[in-house]
Design a protein around this ligand. Structure first.
Ligand code: FAD
Length: 410
């Protein structure tokens, strides 16, 4: 029966960042990361893989090379949580005790909530940048597309990187427009369950202009329910006031963003919020669990009510680390997370609106520039600077650039 001072469940963007920051703050801490995957991917790069800018391999690193020195890596998954006993059961059958627990398992992609989708993915122009197994197929599909409806969907649940479903749409539209014949034969449709283009008003307005300029047809309150691969039809439930009607749209290409939720092992545990999603129930300012004071959570699996992005993790991690150390010391939890998140909204090849905002939906730009403008400079930041910061600074626990660019991660 193993005991760890700090047990981190999930060695992704959040788990690795927290482990590194903790080790920098207190090298003597005894920390273990429970993580089953041999590889870690820079998921924010997948939009650019799907658009032929990066290869998938450029977004991959061996997990072993990212585990901070002095941290124990347990290559297994969490099978269950027992916060009352202060234990996590691993998929290897081990019971792991902890003084403090950090839950950072990321999000579950619920492909099977859409009828006909799991078996159709990767064929007939049906794809998704949300799976590493499909990003190359997205690029093949965009290049081979010769006309018809190109439909890009957005589901009726919280998702990671809420901008990603439309970023790939703008990039695809650029490619379609390179051929006048394809452009003339194509209708690009953004079919979203949401009532508007983007949840933050400051950035919704410029996006509405991008959609109008490109001639893209937004269809709001459209939730994808079924994919008929053989006949290449997408079936939507469309909210119309108090009623819901069915709409069937033919497609030549379908980019699906699936519904998302916390992984089952979290959602069915005593750590979960009551209600949909099953996220880890934490205080939105301190990241501490609301019922179990020695449990903290951040990243996509947490109930933190902001945009689920790696950039948000960069804002959350120092707060969690400061509060977790205060908890171990028996001190009050003083650090507070302001909801910082960032979504570099790619609006075409060479153009990005760097959307950074807080819990109040207020812009919090890291650069002294109007953040609502599409910029080539922000494309360079997205494509070249942010991946470098991710691998060399964020995952290694450095925060120095926050002095110059307070929230920059992605
Ligand atoms: P992850 O990084 O997904 O890590 C979760 C880890 O937990 C994984 O390693 C997994 O193997 C592990 N795990 C799962 N279950 C268990 C278990 N039972 N036991 C132990 N370990 C487990 N963010 C941005 O900031 N900017 C962007 O432009 C951006 N674009 C995106 C585009 C796409 C297409 C996608 C898919 C994501 C994008 N994101 C972007 C979102 C970003 O990648 C995530 O928000 C970020 O990775 C969240 O970090 P995390 O640690 O919570 O989850």
């Amino acid at each position: 029966m193993a005991h760890h001072q700090i047990l981190i469940v999930g060695g992704g963007a959040a788990g690795l960042t927290v482990a590194s920051q903790l080790k920098r703050a207190r090298p003597g801490l005894e920390i273990a990361i429970l993580e089953p995957s041999p590889d870690h991917y820079y998921q924010p790069g997948w939009t650019l893989v799907g658009a032929g800018v990066f290869s998938l391999e450029q977004t991959r690193r061996a997990e072993a090379d990212l585990i901070p020195e002095g941290v124990r890596w347990i290559r297994a998954a969490a099978a269950s949580f027992d916060p009352a006993a202060g234990t996590v059961a691993s998929s290897d059958g081990e019971t792991l005790h902890y003084d403090a627990l950090v839950v950072a398992t990321g999000i579950k992609l619920c492909w099977d909530r859409i009828k006909g989708l799991p078996e159709a993915l990767g064929s007939q122009g049906i794809t998704s940048n949300y799976s590493k197994n499909l990003v190359d197929y997205t690029w093949q599909t965009i290049q081979a597309f010769s006309g018809g409806n190109a439909i890009f969907t957005f589901p009726d649940t919280p998702i990671k990187c809420a901008g990603a479903p439309q970023k790939i749409m703008y990039l695809a539209d650029d490619v379609f427009k390179r051929s006048p014949a394809v452009a003339a034969a194509t209708k690009v449709i953004f079919a979203t369950a949401t009532p508007g283009i983007f949840g933050i008003p400051t950035f919704a307005e410029p996006l509405r202009q991008v959609v109008a300029r490109r001639g893209i047809e937004p269809r709001y309150q459209h939730t994808l329910k079924e994919v008929r691969a053989a006949s290449k039809e997408a079936v939507f439930a469309v909210k119309d006031g108090d009623t819901v009607r069915e709409e069937v749209l033919p497609f030549g290409m379908l980019h699906v963003t699936p519904p998302m939720a916390a992984p089952d092992v979290v959602a069915t545990s005593p750590l979960a919020v009551a209600g949909p999603g099953g996220w880890v129930d934490v205080d939105k300012f301190t990241t501490q669990h609301v019922r179990h004071p020695n449990v903290f959570s951040l990243g996509d699996v947490s109930s933190l009510p902001n945009s689920k992005t790696a950039a948000a993790v960069r804002g959350q991690a120092p707060v969690l680390v400061a509060n977790l150390l205060a908890h171990l010391d028996g001190q009050p939890l003083a650090a507070r997370y302001d909801g910082y998140a960032c979504c570099p909204l790619i609006t075409g090849y060479g153009r990005v609106i760097m959307a950074e905002f807080n819990y109040d939906g207020q812009p919090v730009p890291s650069f002294p520039l109007d953040p609502t403008q599409e910029r080539w400079s922000m494309w360079v930041v997205k494509k070249d600077v942010l991946p470098w910061i991710y691998w060399n600074r964020m995952l290694k626990g450095y925060q120095h650039e926050r002095r110059f660019m307070p929230g920059v991660a992605h």
